[in-house]
Design a protein around this ligand. Structure first.
Ligand code: AMP
Ligand code: MG
Length: 353
């Protein structure tokens, strides 16, 4: 072996050892977990591939972001959305809107339109009439039919607001905004954006079972549990890798029984009463905002009409459990989901063209 070849060989060896120690041999950073409080629920965050000080910085930033969002979008507490609602109620026709309320209003208007206004955050007064905005719910009388009809006759809908720059034009004082069906999804999307901005590409933001995941857990897809229609127990598992939001709307979340009748918090804007037919709907989609709004809309559409609304909203991964316990799902969902053993045979539904 010539001197030159020997030198080249030893140089290659040095380079290989250096590469080995800088990439493969360092122990992987452990997953960092932290818990936040927002929208009246715990938000559990897991981030992969960063050290503890960076995770602590992310925790502080996210909590600050969620505090701002909670303040901005609370429907009845004083704050930016409270101001918009009070102005609409007072008959102000051109409202100087706090900027923090505008993106959510605009996105909601578009999603409401796609859902044929089954998802309609303009029906805040109806939700209030049912008293579902209160945290704790005890058995009580449902609202009088006359009160519901009187509200419905005023046709409140988010479509009656027109955003014009920083102004909102309003011509119906019966409209009140309630972002209970989309705010959590929008907040989860903002949290994921913030984590990405901080250089984090594998994380999960879980708001009480409704969540979005990006990246993977050290190359292994995130494994997401879908709650059963009673709200307890696991009905199915969904692997999510790269990017996916899983949101469920269920009648178990807020409800009461009166005179033997069961009433829940997802209101059909056409009747003013809790929607009938579905017990829970789970949607898997790329963003949490759409997944959240769509889960609510498809719940209201019910076991017969949900495929049409799903198509209009650009949703193709759906699992609906009806009030008889029958599972309905799209073929794309069937290809992903792992149902708990002994689950009744699901009905596979194709979306209309
Ligand atoms: P979710 O759990 O995401 O389905 O949202 C339900 C919450 O959204 C309720 O507690 C109400 O605050 C609100 N809500 C109820 N019915 C509707 C509806 N038809 N459109 C928009 N929001 C609604
Ligand atoms: Mg929702």
């Amino acid at each position: 072996m010539s001197m030159l070849t020997k030198r080249l060989l030893s140089l290659t060896l040095i380079i290989l050892i250096t590469l080995g120690s800088s990439s493969g041999c360092a122990p992987p950073l452990p997953a960092q977990k932290f818990r936040l409080l927002a929208f009246g629920t715990y938000i559990d965050v897991e981030v992969i591939g960063i050290n503890q000080p960076r995770a602590e910085a992310a925790r502080r930033q996210l909590q600050q972001d969620f505090d701002l969002m909670h303040h901005a979008w609370h429907a009845w507490e004083p704050g930016p959305l409270g101001y918009v609602n009070a102005s609409i109620r007072d008959g102000v026709q051109r409202i100087a809107a706090p900027p923090s309320t505008l993106p959510l209003i605009k996105i909601s208007q578009e999603l409401a339109r796609q859902s044929d206004y089954l998802f309609d955050p303009g029906i805040g007064q109806l939700v209030k009439l049912w008293d579902f905005h209160r945290g704790e719910l005890t058995s009580r009388q449902p609202p009088e039919l006359e009160a519901i009809d009187a509200l419905l006759s005023q046709q409140p809908s988010i479509c009656q607001l027109a955003v014009d720059g920083f102004h909102i034009n309003s011509n119906n004082p019966a409209v009140q905004l309630d972002f209970g069906a989309i705010g959590k999804g929008y907040g989860v999307d903002q949290a994921i954006l913030r984590l990405q901005e901080m250089g984090i590409d594998s994380a999960i933001v879980n708001a009480g079972g409704d969540l979005r995941a990006i990246g993977s857990r050290a190359g292994v897809p995130w494994r997401i549990a879908i709650r059963g229609p009673s709200g307890s127990g696991v009905l199915a598992w969904l692997p999510v890798s790269d990017n996916g939001a899983v949101f469920t709307s269920g009648d178990y979340e807020r409800n009461f029984t009166w005179d033997g009748e069961f009433y829940h918090h997802i209101i059909d804007p056409r009747t003013g009463y809790p929607a009938e037919g579905a017990a829970s709907v789970t949607v898997l989609h790329t963003d949490a905002t759409t997944a959240d709004a769509a889960a609510t809309a498809l719940f209201i559409a019910g076991p017969e009409d949900w495929p049409q609304i799903a198509r209009q909203m650009g949703i193709d991964q759906v699992l609906l459990v009806d009030t008889e316990g029958q599972i309905h799902m799209t073929e794309k969902m069937q290809n992903q989901v792992k149902l708990r053993p002994l689950t009744k045979q699901p009905r596979i539904v194709s979306l209309p063209e």
